[in-house]
Design a protein around this ligand. Structure first.
Ligand code: GLU
Length: 441
């Protein structure tokens, strides 16, 4: 069965970059009728926070990206320890005691000599005595996985054929000095034991994938299909990494961005398909093809979410915004006419009732000095409410006859005076909603 996972570390809120990973994995599972696992990568007890676990769930639920299972790495530490033991027995795991400063020095020397900064495996050459001495002096070392120095190849679902020379990669540290198990091994054990068949993640993980393939093979697991999507940049191609903190899903939600707008954009951005608003999850999934995504960095512009959101709002029925209309006091019987009039001029759901106070109480009229006499004269020949759908036409015809104004110079000052806004719904639809006769003052 096709099984995918989204594996966030609960050290922060989900941002737009994580969403891309989550969404791709979710769509693959759903398209195949498979399983989608939410895996919380919480092996780092200092940085992992329960509030982020809750926030991740809440954000995914907001988008409707439901999971079939939730797993937590913090309760599986014994599984990782067992895998580490296996690697030790196989001779693929070795302890090393270099300090970060020493490692840094080695890297600098290598770079100075024009060599790639790959760990030199000095720890492998230590005698038992030397090891005992280092342990006595420095305590527990880190544990590194001994890569087989051969080429590691796979066919990537997005990048195509990849081949990496293992000798160009440092033996990865899988366990820290303090015994903390690191992501690289925990992820491999989980992917293998949880039957993960497809892993999609950011292209910053390509080297991880190479080492993980060797670890999976050493542990006798089956290697899933890997795909690495490009990383997002800002609209001008600038790195997004520094701004990701301000591009969290909660920020978008707070700004009134609609889930389907966000999903529609992220499900196609960076692919050869155009971005169109999908109305349902099924549409998102049906049109999704991993092979249509390219490897070039993908430009993301949060501004593009606004028109997509407005399109979602325009497709809402009056019943969908009942709570928002009630909040500003739109009377029940007027709600259908009100919503029909304003929905094309409503950008976010929370503003659905925003025109009502203007219609109910009158606007603060905007009247240019040169239009004051004109507007006063026009309001003088307007009767009292209730108005009908004919009122605007009849009134403006009469004003035209009496003042000689026409076109924009006729309509615009009246719209501005009645609604206080330069743009807005059809005035013919606005007039019947007015509860008071407009006034110039
Ligand atoms: N917790 C890892 C991360 O957020 C998961 C990477 C993966 O998908 O394997 O980077």
């Amino acid at each position: 069965m096709t099984t995918t996972r989204f594996a966030p570390s609960p050290t922060g809120f989900i941002h737009i970059g994580n969403l891309r990973t989550a969404l791709f994995n979710w769509m693959i599972a759903r398209k195949a009728g498979g399983q989608f696992i939410l895996r919380i990568d919480d092996t780092d007890p200092e940085r992992s926070k329960e509030e982020y676990v809750d926030a991740i769930k809440e954000d995914l639920e907001w988008l409707g990206l439901t999971w079939d299972r939730i797993e937590r790495q913090s309760v599986r530490l014994d599984r990782y320890a067992e895998a580490a033991d296996k690697l030790r027995v196989m001779g693929r795991f070795y302890e090393a005691w270099e300090t970060p400063v020493e490692l840094d020095l080695k890297r600098k020397k290598q770079l100075n000599m024009g060599k790639p900064p790959v760990y030199d495996r000095a720890a492998l050459a230590l005698s038992d005595e030397e090891k005992a001495k280092l342990k006595a002096e420095r305590g527990e070392g880190v544990w590194r996985f001994k890569l087989d120095h051969e080429r590691i190849a796979w066919t990537d679902g997005i990048l195509g054929k990849i081949s990496i020379d293992a000798a160009s990669v440092s033996d990865p540290v899988l366990i820290r000095h303090d015994g903390q198990v690191l992501y690289t091994i925990a992820s491999v054990v989980d992917d293998t034991e949880m039957g993960v068949t497809h892993v999609v993640r950011g292209s910053d993980h390509v080297t991880n994938t190479a080492t993980q393939i060797q670890i999976i093979e050493a542990l006798g697991g089956s290697v899933p299909s890997f795909a690495h999507h490009s990383l997002l940049t800002g609209p001008q191609g600038e790195a997004l990494s520094k701004r990701l903190g301000t591009l969290s899903l909660r920020d978008f939600r707070a700004a009134g961005i609609e889930p389907m707008a966000l999903l529609s954009q992220m499900a196609r951005l960076g692919s050869s398909d155009p971005i169109e608003l999908c109305e349902t999850h099924d549409e998102l999934i049906a049109g999704f093809e991993l092979s249509k995504f390219g490897s070039a960095p993908t430009k993301f512009d949060a501004e593009d979410l606004k028109p997509l959101t407005a399109r979602v709002i325009q497709s809402l029925e009056v019943g969908d915004v009942d709570a928002e209309l009630a909040a500003t006091g739109v009377p029940n019987d007027l709600r259908p006419a009100y919503w029909a009039a304003v929905r094309g001029n409503t950008q976010v759901r929370k503003d659905a009732g925003a025109w009502w106070p203007i219609f109910a109480n009158g606007a603060t009229p905007e009247v240019a000095e040169e239009d004051r006499d004109f507007v006063t004269a026009a309001f003088a020949i307007l009767g009292e409410p209730p108005y009908t759908s004919q009122t605007w036409n009849e009134w403006t015809s009469a004003v035209k006859d009496s003042t000689g104004r026409k076109g924009k110079s006729l309509f615009f000052p009246l719209r501005l005076a009645v609604t206080g806004q330069p743009r807005g719904p059809e005035m013919a639809e606005v007039m019947p909603l007015l509860q008071k006769k407009p006034s110039v003052n």
